[in-house]
Design a protein around this ligand. Sequence first.
Ligand code: NDP
Ligand code: 2IT
Length: 444
Amino acid sequence: MSYVDEVYERVVAQNPGEAEFHQAVKEVLDSLKLAIDANEEKYRKMALLERLVEPERIISFRVPWVDDDGQVQVNKGYRVQFNSAIGPYKGGLRLHPSVNQSILKFLGFEQVFKNSLTGLPIGGGKGGSNFDPKGKSDREVMAFCQSFMTELSKYIGADQDVPAGDIGVGAREIGFLYGQYKRLTGLYEGVLTGKGLTYGGSLVRTQATGYGLVYIVDEMLKKNGKELAGKTVVISGSGNVAIYATEKAQQLGAKVVALSDSNGYVYDKDGIKLDVVKEIKEVRRGRIKEYVDKVPTAVYTEGKGIWTIPCDIALPCATQNELNLDDAKALKSNGCFAVAEGANMPSTREATDFFLENGMLFMPGKAANAGGVATSALEMSQNSERLSWSFEEVDEKLHKIMVDIFAKADDAAKRYGVAGNYVVGANIAGFEKVVDAMTAQGIV
Ligand code: NDP
Ligand code: 2IT
């Protein structure tokens, strides 16, 4: 049996019930085969892959807090510190009822390769809780965040582990978490990114993941003789990534016709009015169906089905496994030719294989959504030098990083004889840097 297959079987046997983690590991290992084969003996002896798939550390803890009725609630809290070969652990915190160890391990594993691709000195980690922020008061969210940070603060630091936002964690939550970290440790340091602009945040971080996604799509299209302007785009989700992907796509002349949330999707043939969406989602924390109250010509549909809307480009920006094989087929038969993942692992393996086998342009999340964490690393740089850069300066750096990531994925795919397969390209390019750093640092 090949080394890659052996390690995958070991992962399944040793991590029972962790379906998302198995899925993420399999996708990476399968696409590393070409790079591993050339060095199989050396990597085996060093147990390189066995070390790569085992988190350096997982911290799990109790998060008790008091709700507005005076009732004590208890949630599970986690931080997966996956790999620190190229820098301090870096990755978001997710607050969603679905959160479990498997999901955070898949996210932490992907983050290692993504962060490597950015070219910046950041290792990979992820954390979060099964706390559901929906419908909670600001005071309840603060109580949860303070309790969560009381435990987490023992394991993080500006040069150790730097969390940020993810699903359910935005500016409000980062503020509460930061305040509690400072209070507990007495340190005013860049321990979190995505901070508010008045206390160490970076311009462009709010927009970075969505803008970065569209920058790399633009680059991918250009390098394949196409252009973004005039194209019809469907985007799932209506959170941080979806909103700023919509904004940048519109700025570059594309027409975004649909957005969604976990209840359903809205179709606006005239193009999504983003000010309406921002007011619903960023100001009122409402539901996407409210869009049709403001724009009566738009249509709201309850449930799944957003991928049946005809488009040229699809950008899944909600959550893992939101786009399956049937969705992929529907996109293709409606004329879609490019897919790029703003979310982490939104396409199932079958969908990804379908895109690649059917000649569609496909940019995987590790490359496509790396602009968020890259800008987080830029926030860390600004915190270290105690300066703030202008919007234009950060945006320009973000744009260059996304163009570089495209070049790395494109180049690695060509080097291994699979030109245009950006899944293999991104995985191998991310892997090469991590392996070099791990090898240099000995058996750790
Ligand atoms: P938000 O919490 O801001 O928004 C999440 C959006 O996805 C909401 O519209 C939400 O709908 C929808 N969603 C979440 N879970 C589900 C689900 N189980 N089924 C259907 N829809 C769902 O999160 P972000 O925009 O920050 O994150 C979106 C994706 O992008 C995630 O995969 C995240 O890991 C990834 N990502 C985020 C980065 C960042 O910087 N924020 C960076 C890189 C990747 P509802 O409100 O109904 O729950
Ligand atoms: O998945 C991700 O890359 C993020 N949620 C952003 C992580 C970060 O540290 O900015």
